[in-house]
Write a protein of this length. Structure first.
Length: 94
């Protein structure tokens, strides 16, 4: 299993990585915990994990591996607050 985990983490085929990360529950690939992946994963693995990080069916261990090696943990879109929201935040901070 460790060798298979490593092979997926180092795989250059993004589609193959995605299939492993999204493997259905009860399958061999779904059981991967990626503890055998000692080095930074491939660019394909990082891209697939980044894209799937919000998917509830994605292998959480794969997402944790991405988080460990990603330059940014999560990205958020900036929003403009209305006056009420600004006031609530200001009150919460005081």
């Amino acid at each position: 299993e460790v060798y298979a985990e490593r092979a997926i983490a180092e795989c250059a085929d993004e589609d193959m990585v995605e299939m492993a990360i999204m493997a259905p529950e009860g399958t061999f690939e779904n059981g991967f915990d990626y503890t055998g992946a000692y080095h930074k994963p491939s660019a394909a693995f990082m891209a697939a994990a980044f894209r799937l990080r919000g998917n509830a069916h994605a292998n959480r261990h794969a997402i944790k591996l991405w988080e460990k090696h990603a330059d940014v943990r999560w990205t958020y879109e900036p929003v403009d607050l209305d006056p009420f929201e600004e006031e609530v935040i200001e009150q919460a901070m005081t």
